[in-house]
Design a protein around this ligand. Structure first.
Ligand code: EPS
Length: 363
């Protein structure tokens, strides 16, 4: 049963993004500066597009927190879209007067019928019966990950109480493994109107053993992490520990031998091919994930596609975009993993106040 749960809402060019978190214990210190610094990190990275120059994402907490501490009530978070100023008419919640020429021009300009390969556009338009793909793009945009970053930052405030740390690093962008080369690849892709993907690593340290369980499929922590990370737009692979390399390792090479440190009263391993997870449970070693992101499907140099109105061949729509958003994606992946671990800790060491949970945890 999920303890830490959340929902987000909001369109990329709507008024704001929202999230409601439920299941947080009372008396948890909520560090708003830390949440905002996570949002800033998500906005950064080499290869980001024009939108990030408009936005200065920061949270407004609207409920569930008093004098910087949670009360146990649901926490409502809002992030304003500064760009909304430019979209008030085409993204109006209320009906607009289409007989007014100026209004209809603004609405028509933002209408999309040329679907982008690789994006949610076509399947979304068919599924939700939309003639204007704007109604799909607005919610399927990766802008939504700003909300998840904020929720993840709240989860991180919780994890910090237990000394759990988190980090991520870029491994590869396109064919480059070295940071100068990565920048060059991004510059070239940008010049060519193209985009780039890559892979990055996320590491969580100092997690207790026994988060998750083998007793049923939906309680395995590796499955929960994979689902959480796969739900981030553009993710194509999630590997844990040795990941895909496990295919070529022999059992004797793959499995991490077990030792016991009598002074520390602790089991340990000298290797970590398991990536900190065995039998669907954390084993006390670092949890290590390698995550692969595809290149963003919104390209200045668009691919061949079809206009869904005329059914005629057309090159796809170009909406301002990033050349590479890998660094941002790593921040979002950390956030999603933090949410999974916060939930697992609440499940295992449960309590209604942070004091009660800490007492159980450190017992
Ligand atoms: C994003 C905001 C979006 C895009 C990007 C990520 O803003 P806009 O559409 O106004 O430029 O920059 O999203 C996509 C391109 C996509 O395909 O999802 C953000 O806040 O991260």
């Amino acid at each position: 049963m999920t303890k830490f749960r959340f929902l987000t809402s909001g369109e990329s060019h709507g008024q704001c993004l929202n999230a409601i978190i439920e299941g947080l214990p009372s008396n948890l210190y909520i560090d708003i500066d830390f949440i905002n610094s996570e949002l800033k990190k998500r906005q950064g990275g080499y290869g980001r597009g024009g939108r990030m120059q408009i936005e200065h994402d920061c949270v407004k907490i609207k409920s569930g927190v008093r004098f910087s501490k949670t009360t146990g009530a649901p926490v409502c978070i809002e992030i304003q879209n500064k760009d909304w100023e430019n979209w008030k008419i085409p993204m109006s919640v209320e009906e607009v007067d289409l007989t007014d020429e100026n209004v209809s021009k603004l609405v028509e300009e933002k209408k999309i019928t040329r679907v982008r390969p690789g994006h949610a556009d076509l399947s979304g338009a068919i599924k939700y019966n939309q003639e204007d793909v704007r109604n799909i793009l607005e919610r399927s945009s990766a802008r939504e990950t700003a909300s998840r970053t904020a929720v993840g930052a709240v989860a991180k405030c919780f994890l910090k109480e237990f000394g759990i740390t988190f980090s991520s690093k870029i491994i590869q962008i396109g064919e480059a493994f070295d940071s100068e080369q990565m920048k060059k690849e991004i510059d070239i892709a940008k010049e060519q109107g193209d985009t780039l993907g890559g892979s990055f690593e996320v590491v969580f340290k100092n997690l207790p053993a026994g988060l998750g369980s083998f007793v049923n499929w939906d309680r395995r922590i590796d499955g929960l992490l994979a689902q959480a990370v796969m739900s981030i737009p553009a993710i194509k692979a999630v590997e844990i520990g040795a990941g895909a390399k496990s295919a070529v390792l022999k059992g004797s090479q793959m499995h991490d031998e077990i030792f016991y440190d009598k002074e520390k009263n602790k089991y340990y391993r000298k290797t970590n091919n398991a990536g900190g997870i065995e039998g669907g449970m954390t084993n006390g070693e670092d949890v290590v994930l390698k995550i692969t992101m595809k290149p963003i499907p919104t390209m200045k140099k668009p691919l061949q596609s079809v206009d869904i109105k005329t059914k005629e061949p057309y090159t796809a729509h170009f909406e301002r975009s990033d050349t590479c958003a890998l660094e941002a994606c790593a921040v979002v992946a950390e956030a999603m993993c933090a949410i999974v671990f916060a939930d697992a800790i609440l499940e295992k060491f449960g309590g209604d106040s942070i004091e009660e949970i800490k007492k159980n945890y450190f017992a």
